[in-house]
Design a protein around this ligand. Structure first.
Ligand code: KIV
Length: 303
């Protein structure tokens, strides 16, 4: 049975004050990643609240081995395509690695490109260290809403010891706490907690006045985010512990293409119903015209 919601015609776009209202009222915020028009349309049809053009798209749609390779231009292209499919959800774009670390000026310039050129409503940056907090403050000061991201921050996975849960020692938990508070004080309107112990989230939530979106951070956050390709099973392998698969589309896609290939090879496809018709009279006229044409050609060449 479909769980797709019936959407009211007068559905209003999600706003930042609307997200704060959801936090206040305890209505969970739903965020999902999208990277192109079809994934954006699926997210909209499901009535999600926030769509993130994550730099996870580097791996899920562009085939890079990690998120650090993706360029600003590539992320802009993914964001533009997603924007065309999103009308109601709040659209957040990830600032890719290397596009905001050099200076506050670089961070502002990149963030503005995502808003002006790609139509993003907000941008997201990773880490809660002093330099990322400074970048967040600068971008907010320039008028672009910012989402922070602490815990497992894939752009710095190498220094974090790989794609693994963070905050499992007191020191690491303290770093996450001070990063989250710092980003909140810098003006971030929301923060993603990724792969941190559920009990740490419970400890931190009372100090968090902005909506907190979790991924592998337990149920205590104000909302949840999952990667589109993870939740729909559009990837090989098992994926992270915090993912729940709601479909197996990678297998469904491979099966569909394999069936098509088999039917082409067995000459089962295309069938009669896949072709176009032509009136018998037009076909007869075509034959006559072609015969006349061939006769004229032969006469011209003297054969
Ligand atoms: O890039 C991404 O998809 C993300 C989410 C996992 C939060 O940052």
């Amino acid at each position: 049975m479909s769980t797709r919601p019936t959407l009211p015609a007068d559905r209003r776009p999600i706003t930042i004050p609307g997200l704060f209202e959801m936090k206040r009222s305890g209505r969970p915020i739903v965020m999902v990643t999208a990277y192109d028009y079809p994934s954006a349309r699926a997210a909209e049809a499901a009535d999600v609240d926030m769509v993130l053009v994550g730099d996870s798209g580097a791996m899920t749609v562009l085939g890079y081995p990690s998120t650090v390779e993706v360029s600003t231009d590539e992320m802009l292209m993914l964001t533009k395509a997603t924007r065309r499919g999103v009308q109601h959800a709040l659209l957040v774009a990830d600032l890719p690695f290397g596009s905001y670390e050099l200076s506050d000026e670089q961070a502002i310039a990149t963030a503005i490109r995502f808003v002006k050129e790609a139509g993003a409503d907000a941008v997201k940056l990773e880490r809660g260290d002093p330099s990322s907090i400074s970048r967040a403050r600068a971008i907010v000061g320039a008028g672009v809403p910012v989402v922070g991201h602490v815990g497992l921050t894939p752009q710095s996975a190498t220094s974090l010891g790989g794609y693994r849960a963070q905050g499992r020692t007191a020191e690491s938990a303290l770093r996450i706490a001070s990063g989250a508070i710092g980003l909140q004080e810098a003006g971030c309107f929301s923060i993603v907690f990724e792969a941190v112990p559920s009990a740490l989230t419970v400890e931190l939530m009372p100090q968090m006045t902005v909506p907190i979106i979790g991924i592998g951070a337990g149920p205590a956050t104000d909302g949840q985010v999952l990667v589109f390709h993870d939740l729909l099973g559009i990837r090989e392998g098992i994926g992270a512990k915090f993912v729940r698969r709601y479909a197996d589309l990678q297998d469904a896609m491979a099966d569909g293409v394999a069936q098509y290939a088999q039917e082409v090879r067995e000459k089962v496809f295309p069938a009669a119903e896949h072709g176009y018709g032509i009136d018998e009279a037009e076909l007869a006229r075509f034959r006559a015209l072609r015969n006349g044409h061939v006769t004229a050609e032969l006469t011209r060449s003297g054969t």
